[in-house]
Design a protein around this ligand. Structure first.
Ligand SMILES: *[C@@H]1O[C@H](CO)[C@@H](O)[C@H](O)[C@H]1NC(C)=O
Ligand SMILES: *[C@@H]1O[C@H](CO)[C@@H](O)[C@H](O)[C@H]1NC(C)=O
Ligand SMILES: *[C@@H]1O[C@H](CO)[C@@H](O)[C@H](O)[C@H]1NC(C)=O
Length: 614
């Protein structure tokens, strides 16, 4: 008679803490120095495998996305282990390597003329003066988005230096060149004309210069991570151990407001052609996390200049209501600038409204809105003009985006943030949007005990959200990070609403990903490298007859290929596989371990364990 009880008791024991245990297994694998996820400085690579080309031109390049996932991963570790020191360390990596200190001539920036445009009148920068008054400096405190982590190109654009060359070592600030990732000519963020052509990598200017680019979703993810760290540390009575870090993140969030501004600081709302006014003060704010912040200047002290700009392009995939909520409500994160909090308050309200606005009748969310139609303040069709979002125009496939806008992870990421926001606040609008979105998800996701399929690529047609039809163009198990972020969205939604199907689906996704992708280094995705045939395609030269040379002597001209300008690729321990393939052999098959995907799954496991105690 006792036996059934015993079985139930044992089963309960076996499942208690399963997801916490899995979090720790994965965390320990990721942070094990022998597993190759980090550079010697402790900077996470985009992936442990170097032979990878997607948003980066090699896997050991890295981006602000990876560093934002890194700090979020360590925040979760703090919640589970009650040790927040790794969280502080993850912030130090961001500050030491990704927030640039070299910003020549930034003092000569004039907020009345923030950026030059030949075609349009430009408004004023309403943030500079208060940020300078608050922090006592002109420099921007934001993450540049791209690092050549091991300085493979040899620019030596390391922290505090401008193109020191191959004798420097360490993570080097770089940019992607124009064209696809296979065509782009990677170039230094600070260009003193030491390499490249006679004017370095400046194709149209003969003045040595620098510039940085921000991917605002990554900076917002850092704020989100800090918010959770703040909550978890407070609960454990450990808040004092992370308050210095939180103050730095608050500063980052204060500067991140540059993403709220139109690219030319022109009035937001029905801004068409030259008749649209350059904005006075904050009329240029759309208050959403836009695609981009850029800033730069020249290097010489003669004719010193500096510029900065936000973006008019807004995609749903970048919005982060948790970050906005944190900047408004967490006393450790509230911005110090006088108008910082109200700006983030406006942002929070608008972001949630944008989710609602972009939802299609079927429940999927579409692309985004713009304040500059076709990037030239053009005139959209009449139905678009008649159905705007705060005077901004709907775009089902936002322009600025070379296909990223079709990758479904953008939706699971941003819906996870909305679900977390709903979990924190119980917001009724968010609940309605989530509920409808999950109904759409259930129709497009299949999970069995041994396999799963989630949308990977999606496209739309329609001129307005209400007549837009989404089409899933590719589904499968090729990105478990889509499944893990979807699981996290379901978990937060289920924890607040009590929805049992959401909880069950979240758990199934965690189990099936664990069963399908686990190996002794973490979680892998098996991928064949046939796209590497593009290594033999010519690069894109922006100006006819331009030619140049990289620090290692690699020549760049119209006949150079991706591989010609990256001869160091041949030093990869597995290069022979690619060589054989380029010589006509079969495409190699590689088990990729992307950093963001490891962290995303670890976060899903950790969240599930914290929310449900399983
Ligand atoms: C090289 O290939 C082997 C076998 O596929 C793999 O185990 C190893 O992780 C690869 N190394 C790198 C750096 O990608
Ligand atoms: C949009 O989708 C509908 C329904 O699937 C289809 O009939 C129509 O041809 C599509 N239009 C375009 C422009 O792709
Ligand atoms: C053009 O580039 C190719 C490959 O990068 C190189 O082999 C060739 O020597 C270059 N031509 C000149 C004239 O430098």
């Amino acid at each position: 008679m006792l036996q059934p009880f015993l079985v139930i008791f044992l089963a309960a024991c076996a499942s208690a803490g399963t997801y916490k245990d899995r979090f720790l297994i994965l965390y320990n694998q990721i942070t094990d120095g022998n597993n190759g996820y980090y550079s010697k400085e402790g900077v996470p690579y985009h992936s442990r495998e170097n032979m990878l080309v997607e948003t980066v031109d090699h896997g050991h390049e890295t981006d602000s996305e990876a560093l934002s996932y890194n700090i979020y991963l360590h925040a979760m570790y703090g919640a589970i282990s009650k040790n927040f020191e790794p969280f502080n360390q993850a912030w130090n990596i961001i500050e030491n390597y990704l927030i640039p200190q070299t910003q020549y001539n930034i003092e000569s920036y004039n907020p009345k003329f923030p950026v030059y445009s030949a075609d349009f009148s430009v408004g004023v920068d309403p943030l500079h003066d208060e940020l300078k008054a608050t922090y006592g400096e002109d420099k921007l405190f934001l993450m540049h988005w791209l690092l050549d982590t091991d300085d493979n190109f040899g620019f030596g654009n390391v922290q505090g230096q401008c193109t020191l060359g191959p004798k420097a070592s360490g993570p080097s600030f770089v940019h992607m060149g124009a064209g696809s990732v296979w065509q782009g000519i990677t170039y230094p963020a600070c260009d003193n004309f030491a390499y490249g052509g006679s004017t370095g990598f400046s194709y149209t200017s003969n003045i040595p210069n620098w510039h940085y680019s921000v991917a605002p979703d990554a900076d917002a993810r850092v704020i989100q991570a800090a918010y959770w760290a703040s909550q978890w540390a407070t609960r454990n009575g450990q808040i004092s151990t992370i308050q210095n870090t939180l103050a730095k993140v608050s500063k980052l969030g204060d500067y991140l407001r540059y993403s709220f501004y139109d690219v030319l600081y022109r009035t937001v709302g029905n801004c068409i052609g030259t008749s649209c006014r350059p904005a006075a003060y904050k009329e240029s704010a759309h208050y959403l996390l836009s695609w981009f912040i850029g800033w730069g200047g020249n290097i010489d002290s003669q004719d010193a200049y500096s510029w900065r700009t936000g973006s008019s392009e807004i995609i749903i995939g970048y919005q982060n209501p948790v970050a906005a909520f944190a900047m408004v409500n967490d006393p450790n994160l509230r911005p110090k600038s006088p108008t910082g909090r109200i700006d983030w308050q406006n942002s929070l309200i608008r972001q949630v409204q944008l989710y609602q606005y972009l939802q299609t009748p079927e429940g999927a969310l579409s692309g985004g809105v713009t304040n500059s139609w076709k990037n030239v303040y053009g005139e959209p069709p009449s139905d678009v003009r008649a159905n705007t979002f705060y005077g901004m125009f709907y775009e089902n496939e936002p322009l600025m985006d070379d296909g990223t806008s079709d990758w479904f992870g953008m939706w699971t990421w941003s819906m996870d943030r909305l679900a977390q926001y709903y979990y924190i606040t119980g917001d009724a609008t968010s609940r309605v949007v989530l509920r409808k979105w999950f109904d759409w998800i259930y129709r497009h996701v299949t999970i069995t005990d041994t396999s799963y399929s989630v949308p990977v690529m999606i496209s739309w047609n329609g001129s307005l959200p209400r007549n837009t039809k989404p089409t899933v163009t590719f589904s499968g198990a090729t990105f478990y990070g889509i499944a893990s972020s979807l699981s996290r969205a379901l978990s937060y939604y289920a924890a607040k609403s009590g929805d049992s199907r959401a909880k069950q689906t979240a758990k199934q996704l965690l189990d099936v990903v664990w069963a399908n992708h686990k190996d002794d280094k973490g979680l892998y995705v098996r991928t064949d490298l046939s796209p590497f045939i593009n290594m033999e395609q010519p690069v894109f030269i922006p100006v006819q007859d331009w030619s140049g040379t990289y620090p290692n002597g690699d020549k760049i001209n119209a006949s150079s290929t991706f591989l010609d300008i990256r001869s160091w690729y041949k030093k990869d321990e597995n290069w022979s596989q690619i060589e054989n393939f380029l010589n006509g052999g079969p495409a190699p098959v590689v088990d990729y371990h992307r950093f963001w995907e490891q962290a995303d799954m670890a976060l899903a496991l950790g969240a599930y364990s914290l929310l449900f105690g399983e």
